[in-house]
Design a protein around this ligand. Structure first.
Ligand code: PDD
Length: 285
């Protein structure tokens, strides 16, 4: 079997996995989720993902029925059922189902859906030559509206941005905020290298603080690569010596071009060092 689904603890066949039309994840994107991958039979960085799940739930005032340890056990147990080593595991928890109303107190229990499939690796050339990205015409949500640091089920902003990438045959779409600063891409964070300095948007900017981003920041510090968390613009990105994306499934993925403008190097020396450091980190995790 290639895919597995578990709804509120019960395994179902993917084709038969159904959730109520009154589920608030379906109605309003009133849900939180995480994506974890595994390497060689072991879930990677699952604890920080669970920490973020709890942070997201807390920020949308959603009460989770289990402890962090219980979620860890549930995810590990589900993963053990996978007949493959390198897996993509998604957990989504919605506020549950009830009458159609925005009232967040209407539903009584959350709905939990876990989904597991073999991880489809990105083509090697993405890592060896980089990927084209575009700047989306749609802006990233403001922290003061739908905070991007909440990994909620409400991804319409990112879906609209992704449309730009799809239309331009680009790998990812990067979003600016209303001040004209680069925030993040639809499902990844953005770094660039300028005169040997590694730049990424500040922690309190309009981004999701990716788990991979955090690991890369720590690795850069260990390698004595000067790091600046600062706002930067699309022009900075286009003029950068190097740039790359990070996410659980993309790891450290070089950016080859921005809106068709080719970057100076892809992957450049700093990106290559961080790619290697990331692979070493994964091996020792
Ligand atoms: N996306 N920014 C956004 C908006 C994301 O959705 C993600 C992850 C990231 C990178 O986060 P991390 O390093 O923790 O994977 C940044 C996952 C992979 C997804 O939705 O599939």
């Amino acid at each position: 079997m290639e895919e597995l689904v578990m709804i509120n603890g019960a395994i179902s066949k993917p084709s038969e996995a159904k959730i109520s039309v009154f589920d608030r994840g379906f109605l309003y994107g009133d849900a939180t989720y995480e994506v974890v991958r595994s390497y060689s039979g072991k879930l990677f960085a699952v604890e920080p993902h669970i920490d973020r799940l709890f942070l997201s739930a807390e920020r949308i005032s959603m009460k989770l029925p289990y402890t962090k340890k219980q979620y860890l056990d549930r995810m590990q147990e589900f993963y053990q059922k996978a007949p493959f080593d390198d897996a993509y595991l998604r957990i989504q928890i919605s506020r549950g189902e009830g009458p159609i109303t925005l009232d967040p107190y209407a539903p009584t229990t959350v709905n939990e859906v876990m989904y597991l499939r073999p991880l489809k690796p990105h083509p090697r050339e993405y890592f060896e030559r980089g990927v084209p990205v575009v700047i989306a015409g749609v802006l990233r949500n403001s922290k003061k509206a739908m905070d991007p640091d909440i990994k909620s089920g409400n991804y319409l902003n990112n879906v609209l941005a992704y449309k730009f990438a799809a239309e331009k045959k680009a790998h990812e779409a990067i979003m600016e905020n209303s001040e004209g600063f680069i925030t993040e891409a639809t499902t990844s964070n953005v770094f660039c290298v300028v005169n040997g300095e590694l730049w990424t948007s500040p922690d309190d900017s309009d981004i999701l603080r990716g788990i991979t981003r955090n690991i890369v920041i720590t690795l850069a510090q260990g390698l004595d690569i000067p790091l600046k968390k600062k706002n930067f613009t699309r022009q900075d990105l286009k003029n950068a010596d190097e740039a790359f994306l990070t996410s659980s499934t993309r790891e450290v993925m070089p950016i080859a071009s921005v809106n068709g403008d080719v970057l100076k190097s892809s992957p450049g020396p700093v990106t290559r060092r961080l790619q290697q450091a990331y692979y070493d980190y994964v091996k020792n995790a």
